[in-house]
Write a protein that binds this ligand. Sequence first.
Ligand code: F6P
Length: 332
Amino acid sequence: MRKIALLTSGGDAPGMNACIRSIVLTSLRFGLEVYGYRHGYNGLLQQEYLTLRAKKVENIIQRGGTILHSARCHEFKSDEAAKIAAKNLDTLGIEALLVIGGDGSFRGAAHLAKHWEGQVIGLPGTIDNDIYGTDATIGYFTAIETALDSIDKVRDTADAFERLFLVEVMGRQAGFIALSAAVASASDQILVPELVKNTDDELENILAHIEAVKKRKGASSYIVVITENLWPGGVTHLSEILSKKTNIECRPVILGHVQRGGSPVSQDRLLATKLGAYAVEAALAGENRVMVVERNQKVATAPIELAWQQQKPLDPYLVKIQQEFFDLLNRP
Ligand code: F6P
């Protein structure tokens, strides 16, 4: 193998730059030429690329975002688009394409593989942590820190006013950020898609618990951490309902895209560095249609399809502890 290419796709995640750096340095170590496509799959369709040398990846390990830029490319779902991409890769003589992104980006890679003879390898990069088969995804740890820092700050003002706060965190359809940030901040309640089956029943639950806490402690702050896209009408709507029904002022806080930014924490930099290096080694070993993963501190490859065919479960022990503490502290 002489030439390898990479791109970042979908929602950016802190640590993507660390991963780019690791891919570039490992490739150079093996004497490969490295091409970086800009703007995700859009760049692949437009043949928008740059050659990546060691100088290009200096001083980027600590930076959030992605120096290659990212995009969501809906057009890439078509066979025509995959064929154009295959032709562009062949024109440059590229033998392996590494894709840093989430499950949507991996679907794109698998789709390309149907029309291209080169190898495709996915590297899990998303704050959502919703990729089955890897203990964590690049960016997840930093997103928890960001959410945690915000919830700690919300707690100060919530305490001062003895108010209810609903803090909405990202995660798309997965509760990993919510669970971790809620447990680490000792938030009072957590609402995640994996555990909330019926929002009408859940509303009754929330009200009963707030009432129980009010009886036990008197006026106090109460923080609920909730995953985005979960509540019909959103957290602003839920906050209005809670204010009315409890007679306690309730405020919604939507953390939003701040969770995607910032300098990656050490765990994300290290994971990104390991997965980046391992992806190049996997490419050199001839692997194809796989993603690189880390389980129990061991890097490995897994079929790329697992990313969308299997749902990654929340950490059952963390869920259990959270529920036990919740039951203890919210007992009527
Ligand atoms: O997948 C990462 C993510 O940040 C999700 O948590 C969120 O739902 C989504 O991307 C937001 O996407 P966009 O930046 O396109 O609005």
